[in-house]
Write a protein that binds this ligand. Structure first.
Ligand SMILES: *Cc1c(COP(=O)(O)O)cnc(C)c1O
Length: 334
């Protein structure tokens, strides 16, 4: 693969499993064959989709002999937690800026879940008010660290640039191979989309394979057209360094129904989706990303959006530590 030209370090367990969801299919009364791609099992610090991106990003950081990696995210960022773990593994420091993006966060939200894990990995982090340009602020911090005489490597929020997205271009190849080997016949991938690197990387990888597999991104934050533009631009930049392939506008499919009322905000649909997968297949989702993504997946199956004979895979992007920061929504009284 052309992506092999880029430095990469091993951080996770690959290939992740591709599993059928027969109990869920029965519970839904039939319909398309349903699978789940377990990128919650990538292994790095409880796993998740940032591991694949970090294999390339940290590969570049190591190649540049960086002493510190600098990144940013929301307070309960899974990306920051996995970056903190990757930095520890590579013998680097990790500095992160955390945006107070979710209103009424506080208590559990700023103390447990991913925050607790950042502390265990000895990451340095500071909280920022909502609404600023977090990537610009992280770049600025990177500059300050360099001015102080240490080499620093900047990783954008979500690890979403064309280097990070290469991780999902290789995931597209991995998934297509698995689907062929086990006869799953997957025609569509559904997953939560935020900083866009996952969907962009998948589209870039699939453009190279040209096998007609479609991707639906369930937006966790941005409205549909804005998210489509972000994904398309990054997918084209990624395809360029990954050996080409055309990404047409109509290949970039986004459903934004679950983005409301906002990033990190719970709804009854998300709680119901999380409980549905837990109680049929014994698999945990998170409230911010994969729970929304799965709510969108369920809606698509129920509404017959996916053709009846089409096999559909839900790409589980991880995020389970954040469940603990949202525990009040799942208590018996809730
Ligand atoms: C970051 C994240 C996503 C979104 O992936 P992007 O590449 O940022 O679009 C989805 N699920 C989880 C659990 C995440 O942490």
């Amino acid at each position: 693969m052309p992506a092999d030209r880029f430095p990469r370090i091993a951080l996770g367990h690959f290939p992740t499993p591709l599993e059928p969801m027969e109990n869920l299919r029965r519970a839904l009364g039939g319909g398309p064959r349903l699978f789940i791609k377990r990128d919650d099992c990538t292994g790095l610090a409880t796993g998740g989709n940032k591991t694949r991106k970090l294999e390339y990003l940290m590969g570049e950081a190591v190649a540049q002999s960086a002493q510190t990696v600098v990144t940013c995210g929301a307070v309960q960022s899974n990306h920051v937690r996995q970056t903190a773990a990757a930095a520890a593994k590579c013998g680097m420091e990790c500095a992160a800026l955390l945006e107070r993006r979710v209103p009424d966060g506080g208590g559990d939200y700023e103390e447990t879940g991913n925050i607790l894990l950042n502390d265990i990995f000895n990451a340095r982090y500071e909280f920022h008010p909502a609404g600023g340009d977090m990537n610009a602020a992280a770049r600025e911090l990177c500059g300050k660290i360099r001015a102080g005489g240490k080499s620093a490597y900047f990783i954008p929020g979500g690890g979403s640039n064309e280097i990070g997205a290469l991780g999902y271009a290789s995931c597209a190849v991995e998934l297509s191979r698995q689907s062929e080997e086990c006869g799953a016949g997957i025609r569509r991938i559904v997953h939560a989309t935020g900083s866009a690197g996952t969907q962009a990387g998948l589209l870039a990888g699939l453009a190279g394979l040209n096998n007609g597999v479609k991707v639906t991104g369930i937006s966790v934050r941005a409205e549909r057209e804005q998210q489509r533009r972000t994904v398309a631009a990054l997918a084209r930049a990624t395809a360029k360094i990954n050996g080409g392939g055309e990404i047409k506008d109509e290949d970039v499919i986004v459903d934004d129904r679950f983005a409301r009322p906002g990033y990190g905000r719970m709804t009854g649909e998300i709680t119901a989706a999380i409980k549905m997968l837990a109680q049929t297949e014994g698999i945990l989702l998170d409230p911010v990303y994969s729970g929304k993504g799965f709510a969108g997946f369920l809606a698509g199956v129920r509404e017959g959006v996916f053709d009846g004979d089409e096999s559909v895979v839900f790409l589980h992007t991880g995020g389970v530590p954040a469940l603990f920061a949202y525990r009040s929504h799942f208590s018996k009284a809730a």
